[in-house]
Ligand binder design. Structure first.
Ligand code: KG4
Ligand code: ZN
Length: 343
């Protein structure tokens, strides 16, 4: 089964064709992120306007790259939310139109479901398939969730952020350090030359036994550290060490909640790290050490392209959703899903 996946929830416009939920036949991603370097964040109206311009060329290219024609597609999967309302409308309206023109069913996909499926994506079929139960840490600019998953459609949310998302902590920290948007990769790159143990940050929620997260305290600590360092912040080494210590604090906090989740769900076979922040090398190192210690298999998306927002993960989630819940294709489900758009 070949599904076209469409993702337009934030500043990316992406379309991909994925076979049987796993093999990526094509994946095209256009991002307007560069336009927002100066504003330090996405301006929703501008993002949606760009998406309106690029959605059809991106879809056309994804079908061409897969060496297919629209007739050979079995279904269209599209992100219905959560995300920026105007951006989501560009994707869902296009998907609905193509669904009626091509006479193909449409599968509404929750954005987080897409990220959770991203560890199934591969460019070659021989990659081993993940096995449930799975502990999945989904870390992006919009959410930070820890899931215990029994299948693609069953599971339990063990914890989530009480304030900012992990990606937001990176992005806001980057703004304080004078780095361009999107801050995560810029902060990670600055941190490479720094010492992660140079400055101590208080560990959030350290007195609680919880799988939740909180990043607002770290952000405030960073603000005061920069203020207290004053002129010293002009030294490249100091700046790098501040970035490395802040990044280390975010990762340590993420790992602590994951470790607690492992104690709660000792039957989990694999640990998956997904979402934009799963591209972070320091997080990968720290979670790998943790998984090794606990004897668990660890996975993150096979390519960095599948960590941040992309259409392939939406096509994959759509496939598994359809396999486990075939009634998803009924009109009433889609109406309910689109009614929830923007939540
Ligand atoms: O999943 P995603 O593309 O979009 C949302 O669903 O939000 O995640 C984007 C987030 C941004 O906050 C970005 O700064 C962060 O992922 N990010 C990173 C890295 N690459 C992207 N954060 C830390 N290190 C990275 N290498
Ligand atoms: Zn995302």
């Amino acid at each position: 089964m070949r599904i076209l996946g469409i993702e337009t929830s934030c500043d990316e416009t992406s379309a991909a064709v994925v076979e049987n939920g796993r093999t990526v036949l094509s994946c095209v991603i256009a991002s307007s992120g560069k336009d927002f370097e100066k504003t330090g964040g996405v301006i929703p109206e501008d993002a949606a306007r760009k998406q309106l311009e690029s959605i059809l060329p991106v879809i056309r290219k994804s079908i061409q790259d897969a060496s297919m024609t629209p007739k050979e597609l079995d279904a269209i999967a599209v992100t219905f939310g959560p995300g920026l309302l105007g951006s989501l409308l560009v994707g869902t309206t296009t998907a609905r139109t193509l669904s009626s023109v091509w006479n193909r069913p449409i599968i509404p996909v929750h954005h987080t479901m897409g990220h959770l499926s991203s560890t199934w994506l591969c460019d070659a079929e021989e990659d081993s398939e993940p096995s449930f139960p799975i502990l999945a840490l989904s870390v992006s600019g919009g959410h930070t969730d820890l899931w215990y998953r029994l299948s693609h459609t069953e599971g339990r949310l063990l914890g989530s952020t009480r304030d900012d998302a992990a990606g937001e902590a990176f992005d806001k920290g980057a703004v304080m350090l004078g780095l361009p948007y999107p801050g995560g990769p810029a902060l990670a790159s600055l941190a490479k030359a720094g010492d992660p143990s140079a400055y101590a940050f208080p560990l959030p929620l350290s007195k609680e036994k919880t799988c939740d997260f909180s990043f607002s305290g770290l952000k405030t600590s960073l603000k005061y550290l920069i203020r207290d360092l004053g002129k010293a912040m002009e030294h490249p080494e100091t700046r790098a060490s501040v970035a490395a210590s802040y990044q280390h604090a975010i990762c340590t906090h993420l790992c602590r909640s994951v470790e607690y989740a492992m104690q709660l769900q000792p039957d989990a076979k694999e640990l998956h790290i997904v979402g934009g922040v799963s591209a972070n090398e320091h997080l990968r190192q720290e979670t790998m050490l943790l998984a090794k210690r606990c004897g668990m298999e660890i996975r993150w998306p096979a390519s960095l392209r599948y960590c941040t927002d992309n259409g392939a993960m939406i096509a994959s989630a759509g496939y598994f959703l359809l396999r486990e819940k075939p009634d998803i294709l009924s009109g009433s489900f889609l109406t309910k899903a689109t009614a929830k758009m923007g939540e």
